[in-house]
Design a protein around this ligand. Structure first.
Ligand code: GLC
Length: 555
């Protein structure tokens, strides 16, 4: 008798989510910035790719200091991206093709241009209580505000507190100074945010991503962090589970396709967030596996990826999340990450293999795969030659900070070049023309020269393309119950650069082997198995070639 799939497996196991960075996907009006109508014009492409759900990064009214993650009005569309009518048309066209839209809710903070913050600035006590304001010492002045309430660092560099002279108070901003942290301890704030969810539910939206949502619960007292940047006090904070449960209940989103972005989180917390009996979220993003090329945890210090550490993290998160009844999002890439094929592979010598090894490794795991726009084409990191070509607030801040820390300008530039979020933010390449078919105008940020060959037009009719390979992986997930719901167990392939695992369901067994190196290495035996998918046309029985990935199935 075949095992009956759980509700969680049925809801999440056969889905693939595609992420669109709205500003860089497709521009319909020639202003150089992508927009909602542009997305609508490309829905057929997404339907053909076979994705079920399209996550669109924030398109709400915003001063765009952090490209829309600084929201000034949660219920209105930024004119840069279109109108509410454009959104409604997009939603209707997506649903006609059987796809869900996933909206990106930035609820840890608002823009300082949000009406709530503006009212707080005018001294209105109701709205002061919407944010984390702390009194400054008596007699503090703009010129000499004294010490901030804590030594915590902003994720974008510098202290996380800003002094407001007219109030003689500090406010907390874990991100940019123009992104003020909301006070979730205030029930009125929680009610406002649940109401925002109900507003979008009313427009037919059934899927949500929650930005840095495990940072919403701050501690009751403000303490300096003697060991770090403060994150241990507010990541997976004291009331996080209560707050999420209330938001999910009041927002009417229990059991829907939801995902939380969890910054510096723990396994135990993520089981809590995603085990369906807790009525929090459907799945979680954690980022531990994307730090294996940081030196001592520092994003701004370069190191080669440590594949043994990567493997250990996959073992832990795959096996333990399953044991705890949680659910993983599977991903290498998003708008905050440099392109993964350049980062974990060798795009100079083995571009195709590197670009297909990575999705083979994650798409066949237990969880829900995410594809970030352009990843399905094998888009690489940028080839920018100068800092003026970068746009991201974090990259520009760190270019300065690295020099203040003693790096020469060229060194600082080399680090930014390897780590910039802009590497993942340049336009989607639709064709090989100068602006890549992305816009008829001047794109808001440049593109690497290799878009002349890495683009939709050249790849779409080529069976041997990266794009065709991604389509195969998506189709496989839909076809094979063992991928949707099988148990997962990692296998020791006897080599630090090989990541191998087995999935099993009833009498079916799948074995996935991925060689994260440019050398040949011994392969695990696959006698009697059928080759389900692989990135080599003629795989050798006993050897994995450079950056080779393959999966065999026994039924
Ligand atoms: C998340 C977003 C990132 C943004 C930050 C602050 O990490 O993905 O782009 O800058 O939150 O909202």
């Amino acid at each position: 008798m075949a095992r009956e799939l759980t509700h969680q497996e049925q809801l999440l196991g056969n889905k693939v989510v595609y992420q669109i960075y709205v500003r860089s996907f497709c521009d319909s009006n020639g202003d150089g910035v992508g927009d909602l109508a542009g997305i609508t014009s490309k829905l057929d492409y997404l339907a053909e790719l076979g994705v079920d759900c399209v996550w669109i990064t924030p398109f709400f009214v915003s001063p765009q200091n952090d490209n829309g993650y600084d929201v000034a009005d949660y219920r209105a569309i930024d004119p840069l991206f279109g109108t509410m009518a454009d959104f409604e048309e997009l939603a209707c066209e997506a649903s006609r093709r059987g796809m869900e839209l996933m909206l990106d809710m930035v609820f840890n903070h608002t823009s300082t241009e949000h009406e709530w913050f503006q009212r707080a600035l005018s001294g209105d006590p109701t709205y002061l209580a919407y944010y984390k304001f702390v009194d400054a010492a008596p007699g503090a002045t703009a010129a000499d505000p004294g010490e901030p309430p804590t030594n915590w660092e902003s994720k974008f560099g510098g202290n996380a507190w800003e002094y407001v002279p007219s109030l003689n108070k500090w406010y907390l901003h874990l991100f940019d100074v123009s992104q003020a942290d909301l006070n979730w301890d205030n029930p009125a704030v929680r009610a406002e945010l649940a109401d925002v969810l109900r507003f979008w539910r009313g427009k037919g939206v059934n899927a949500f991503r929650f930005d840095v949502v495990n940072l919403i619960s701050k501690p009751d007292t403000w303490e300096n962090d003697a060991e770090g940047d403060g994150r241990r006090f507010y990541s997976d904070g004291p009331h996080i589970h209560e707050f999420l449960q209330e938001l999910v209940r009041e927002g009417g989103i229990d059991g829907l396709l939801t995902v939380g972005e969890m910054s510096s989180t723990s396994l135990e917390s993520c089981i809590g967030y995603t085990n369906p009996t807790h009525h929090e979220l459907a799945m979680a993003f954690n980022f531990h596996h994307l730090k294996v090329d940081y030196q001592d945890g520092d994003k701004w210090a370069l190191a080669r990826p440590n594949i043994a550490a990567l493997r250990d993290l996959f073992v832990t998160w795959q096996e333990q999340m399953t044991a705890g009844g949680g659910w993983n999002s599977l991903f290498w890439s998003n708008h905050d990450q440099p392109r993964p094929n350049s980062r974990f592979g060798d795009t100079e010598r083995f571009w195709f293999e590197s670009s297909t090894l990575l999705p083979t490794c994650t798409h066949l795991m237990r969880g829900t795969p995410y594809i970030y726009q352009g990843e399905e084409l094998g888009q690489t990191i940028m080839d920018f030659a100068s800092i003026d070509q970068y746009r991201d607030v974090e990259s520009l801040n760190y270019y300065r900070i690295l020099q203040e820390r003693g790096h020469a300008a060229e060194e600082a530039f080399a680090i930014v070049r390897a780590r910039s979020r802009d590497d993942g933010r340049y336009p989607m390449a639709w064709d090989g023309s100068p602006a890549a078919g992305f816009t008829s105008g001047e794109p808001w940020i440049g593109l690497p020269a290799n878009h002349e060959r890495i683009n939709v037009a050249t790849e779409k009719d080529d069976e041997g393309s990266v794009l065709a390979y991604f389509m195969r992986l998506i189709r496989l997930r839909k076809a094979e119950a063992v991928i949707q719901a099988g148990d997962v167990r990692f296998v020791d392939a006897g080599n630090d650069c090989v990541i191998a695992y087995e999935r099993t369901l009833d009498d079916t067994r799948l074995l996935v082997q991925c060689n994260f190196s440019g050398e040949e290495v011994p392969a695990l035996p696959t006698d009697g198995g059928e080759l389900l998918v692989g990135n080599y046309a003629q795989p050798a029985a006993n050897v994995l070639g450079p950056w080779e990935a393959r999966a065999h199935i026994w039924r």
